[in-house]
Design a protein around this ligand. Sequence first.
Ligand SMILES: Cc1cc2nc3c(=O)[nH]c(=O)nc-3n(C[C@H](O)[C@H](O)[C@H](O)COP(=O)(O)O)c2cc1C
Length: 336
Amino acid sequence: MLHTELTGRLGVVFPIIGAPMGGVAHGRLARAVTEGGGLGMIGVGSTDAAELIEREAPVASDSGRLPFGIGLMAWALDRNPGLLDKAIDARPALVSVSFGSPAPYVDALHEAGIAVASQVQDVAGARAAAEAGVDFVVAQGTDAGGHTGTVGTLPLLQLVLDTVDVPVIAAGGIATARGLAAVLAAGAAGAWVGTCLLASPEATTKPEARAKVLAARETDTVLTRVFDVAQGIPWPERFAGRALRNRFTDRWHGREAELATDAAAGSELDGARRTADYDMAYVYAGQAVGLVRASRPAAEVVRDLGEGAASLLGEQLDRLLDGETNDRSGSPHPSS
Ligand SMILES: Cc1cc2nc3c(=O)[nH]c(=O)nc-3n(C[C@H](O)[C@H](O)[C@H](O)COP(=O)(O)O)c2cc1C
């Protein structure tokens, strides 16, 4: 089995966090991830009301039986501090405060016995989160789905591991056992996965969006602000969102200033969202979308990641340290 600071601290079987995904990861998905052996999180989106937490926490925890997490955004919390009280009242095991400084919120969460994580996108952010006293720094690479930064997961992970002393979790682009094994071998305490759960039946993803996820290749995403600009959502400019490329991004990406004053484009996007027309509306997804080929129960996805990584690490370590050659499937064969 795999033992890391994450499995030890949170008491989970696998070092896997089901990412908080606003509008996608509600109680049902969080619970399924936890039942699969990871820790599932509820995503509180930038436009969600605090009532979402009241409604979804009992579903995630199966009425208090299971641990779960809640993902908040620092910039949205600064505008709606009531979210923090609701999150604390829900008694999660873990709260993440990402996209801005977690510092104002760490003490209150710790006083309530809640572990704190923060997703960071560069070394300065990692240092600041560690200084703020978070329990886990999540190195979120640009490969990730949803809002993120511009540095790839692998360089960011190496930099952050060399920068902070607290356990580091890797986020962005991890969707198979190979990905989990790679970040654990590098020294991460676990993986924080979102895109690989987008097509799971427990996610709130609409069927039309799920079909887009299943059809998308690794080259089909774009890091863009156009959906936030069109909806007038005040995301800090340094965080764009990685979404599937579609007609809306093809038309507006790079023309954000013009888009901001085009009311018709905003209405068109609203209409497309209402009618589930994802040639225009957004489907946030990461580059690992190219690895999502079936709609599989989240617990099964988590178990395959965890069990697969454990056996891959065992096989690969034996092979690498013994100096044997092997074929691409990872099974050793004698060298001639
Ligand atoms: C649809 C979607 C919505 C997301 N919403 C949030 C969110 O509300 N809060 C948050 O902290 N991160 C959010 N994220 C980012 C995830 O927490 C995480 O960093 C990302 O999914 C990891 O990369 P991966 O998608 O390649 O697995 C979202 C990601 C996706 C795909």
